[in-house]
Write a protein that binds this ligand. Structure first.
Ligand code: FNR
Length: 349
């Protein structure tokens, strides 16, 4: 029972912490090393202000958007996060049912604890996240499974040539999934394949992926404008500006702080998504104003799942939706698309 319950996304973290095994709480909450980037992501949003416009007669805002051909009820996606069954016994299908009910896009993680086919069976609108595996034949088979399951885009995570160094995990000696929970998509002839994070993956590999699928491809984990340019030159359809929620290279800047640079470099050729530290409807508006078409949320979804399963994720999404609706209304914006730095006089550094 969630009443009176959490009234914002940060409350959900507190509620989840009360319920979760502390080792799993740490796995979800933590970042790399000193967790400077984790803190920076949220802090960056606090440094920006919104300057509303008045008397625009904009009416109640419409929140729906279409991202790379996929319609969504609001410009908030579920970021790919691994191991949902550590948060709740039902795992990813509970998350997916909530996403479906809210009409939002869930980026299903390659490292899910339930297969992509079973997640898709919920009827949720899915994109599929891939850690590029050096074994191209196996990668190809994963892509074909995602396509057959109805995933509508491929999100290739580029910021993980190695695993970030997680000291909470080291302190907790958390290095293996508990018995009965495994990377369900990695199962093959009765055994589970090792996931490979490889520093050998290059732009050439991306070209191969591009040739393997006609799904839109987004590159996730871009922070450098030159890489954004290269991504466009290599034919990607979208970019996720992200530092992996501060879990990979510690001391990277906040993803929000990189967004304007990347938006300037990309010049509207492909849509930009942003994740990292989005906790408020006003955060979503700030990301839109700085050049994102949509944002994604990672940890808040896990907090919802841990707190109340499908219902908990549903509450997280409906709270954020209500906040976004309110923020757009108060800004005088009729749609997410019309939030720009210019139009709203928007954002003061
Ligand atoms: C992640 N993230 C992630 N990203 C990815 O591409 N593949 C993955 O398997 C995972 N797994 C994962 C697990 C957990 C527990 C977290 C918290 C994050 C990163 C995720 O997609 C996203 O970039 C961040 O979570 C966004 O930051 P916030 O919203 O958590 O601050």
């Amino acid at each position: 029972d969630l009443t009176p319950g959490p009234v914002n996304l940060r409350d959900f973290e507190t509620a989840a912490r009360d319920r979760l095994d502390p080792v799993y709480y740490d796995y979800f909450a933590s970042g790399a090393q000193d967790e400077l980037t984790v803190a920076a992501n949220e802090e960056a949003f606090r440094r920006h202000s919104l300057v509303p416009r008045v008397l625009r007669g904009a009416g109640r805002p419409r929140l729906d958007v279409t991202v790379l051909g996929t319609p969504a009820a609001m410009p908030v996606l579920l970021a790919p996060t691994a191991f949902h069954r550590l948060a709740h016994p039902e795992g990813e299908p509970a998350t997916a049912r909530a996403a479906a009910a809210a009409g939002v896009i869930m980026i299903a993680a390659m490292l899910s604890t339930v297969t992509v086919e079973e997640i898709a069976a919920t009827g949720a609108t899915l994109w599929f996240q891939l850690y590029p595996q050096p074994d191209l034949a196996f990668t190809g088979s994963l892509i074909r499974r995602a396509e057959a399951a109805g995933c509508r885009a491929l999100v290739v995570t580029a910021d993980s040539p190695a695993l970030g160094r997680n000291e909470r995990g080291d302190r907790n000696d958390f290095h293996d999934l508990p018995a009965g929970i495994h990377c369900a998509n990695m199962g093959e002839n009765g055994h589970v394949r090792q996931v490979v994070l490889s520093p050998d993956i290059s732009w050439e590999y991306l070209d191969r992926l591009r040739a393997m699928t006609s799904l839109p491809i987004l590159l996730k984990g871009v922070l450098h404008p030159r890489d954004a340019r290269l991504a466009v030159e290599h034919g990607v359809d979208g970019i996720v500006v992200s530092n992996h929620g501060g879990r990979q290279l510690d001391t990277t800047p906040a993803s929000l702080d990189r967004l304007p640079l990347i938006a300037a470099e990309v010049g509207g050729r492909v849509p930009l998504l942003l994740d990292g530290g989005v906790r408020r409807g006003t955060d979503v508006v700030k990301a839109l104003a700085l050049g994102a078409t949509a944002v994604a949320i990672g940890r808040p979804v896990l907090w919802g799942l841990a707190t109340g399963g499908e219902e908990g994720v549903g509450r997280v999404l409906s709270l954020l939706r209500a906040e976004l609706d309110n923020a757009l209304t108060l800004c005088g914006a009729a749609t997410p698309g019309e939030v720009t730095g210019d139009e709203l006089g928007g954002i003061l550094a």
